[in-house]
Ligand binder design. Structure first.
Ligand code: VGL
Ligand code: ZN
Length: 204
């Protein structure tokens, strides 16, 4: 077990959804392989009673980022489809907070900090930044998909908002539209003050 001061830390799991995993419509190569690390992170933060946040793409069928609208991506994470759902094996604590993003037809959003709290079947006005601050969070640990898009955007926004930010390098995978995109993303994050950490997996 890693032993560091978690007393003001939260975990953010970015977009670990079926459509970003092998078999999904916008599959991140080996996206499913982050599962053991993600689950251990979730269980570790849960066992220390620390806040856990899940962000998810929640796109309408006609979302602006889709190819049919002139955007760069195939349709993915569409509201009401299985592609939107979490990676099936993932066990999610009941106390976790859920943030949805990209839910308006004409607005795309990569960063979880552009999301809003989804609670009791509705999307509220509450931003991730306000939610974290109201839970006295000063450090965030981030894993999920995709390293070169939503993880990167979330980590950069976290540092901009003043959170100590650590990305778990073995808990992310990139789309790599170009082969070096994930390496570039890691370098950009480092340059902006994001810490990179490999999570010591117990049984992965
Ligand atoms: C993402 C492309 C389009 C991501 C979301 O979660 O990284 N990438 N929408
Ligand atoms: Zn998307």
């Amino acid at each position: 077990m890693p032993d560091f001061d978690l007393s003001q830390a939260a975990l953010i799991i970015v977009d670990f959804q079926n459509d970003f995993c092998p078999g999904g419509s916008l599959a991140v190569p080996q996206g499913d392989q982050i599962y053991p690390v993600v689950q251990e992170l979730v269980d570790f933060f849960a066992s220390h009673d620390r806040p856990i946040v899940f962000t998810r793409d929640y796109h309408p069928v006609n979302h602006i980022s889709f190819v049919k609208r002139g955007g760069p991506w195939p349709a993915h994470c569409v509201q009401g489809t299985s592609g939107f759902e979490f990676f099936p094996q993932l066990r999610i604590p009941k106390t976790a907070a859920h943030f949805f993003k990209g839910y308006l037809e004409n607005v795309d959003a990569y960063s979880g900090f552009e999301g809003r709290l989804a609670a009791e079947g509705t999307i509220t006005e509450l931003t991730l930044e306000s939610w974290l601050l109201s839970h006295d969070v000063q450090q965030v640990y981030i894993a999920g998909l995709a390293a070169d898009y939503c993880v990167k955007a979330t980590a950069l926004d976290a540092t901009l908002a003043g959170f100590g930010t650590t990305v778990i390098t073995n808990g992310i995978k990139g789309v790599n539209v170009l082969p070096l995109d994930s390496d570039k993303a890691l370098n950009a994050m480092k340059k902006h003050g994001v810490n990179l950490m490999e999570w010591p997996v117990q049984h992965g």
